[in-house]
Ligand binder design. Sequence first.
Ligand code: C5P
Length: 225
Amino acid sequence: AVAPDLAGRHVVISAGGTREPLDPVRFLGNRSSGKQGYALARTAVARGARVTLVAANAALPDPAGADLVRVTTASELREAVLKAAADADAVVMAAAVADFRPAARAESKIKKVPGRDPDPIALVRNPDILAELSSAKTPGRVVVGFAAETDDVLANGRAKLAAKGCDLLVVNQVGEDRAFGAEENEAVLLAADGGETPVPHGPKEALADEIWDAVARLLRGASAG
Ligand code: C5P
């Protein structure tokens, strides 16, 4: 049996990958499967939390016992997460959120014109939800981000943790067939207080439980202080 160390806590988890429409049939997207976020939802339910899972385009079974909100775009994900976060004790941003979206969304399918080169796709920046959650943080709330890096994983992770202002950053090395879509993951948990916890290669549930251990510790520290 698992210790119900998240009982009485509301945790919000984002999972999957956002899709930014170009026209009614096309989008800019990414390779996130949602598996790590869903593993976080299942393990949080097992540890007694009330769980809101904001899922972007994941084709996975609904996790039993969690409130599921489905979204498509980064701006929908932002709205759903901010709404659910109003009374949350912890927010874990496991979703791969598009940094940019097409500046315009065509009403009709974009046609290819024979003999003409395609128009370039103009992009605009999406709001950074993790940075927004971190800067608007109520005392005692724990905010966790993810970083998928291909190079200089730890140095880039430290810089990202500072830039985003979150309490914990889960850094994993991606590329080729690592992490995205896989059943297993390997990561380092970087804490704003300087802590560094390597989590060896293993099931996404095991990494999820390591993340909840760290979150539960921070929540206990906050209520003790
Ligand atoms: O900056 P980068 O995309 O590498 O940061 C990844 C982390 O930031 C993830 O936790 C992701 O959910 C979050 N993010 C966000 N809003 C964005 C882009 C990323 O919340 N627009």
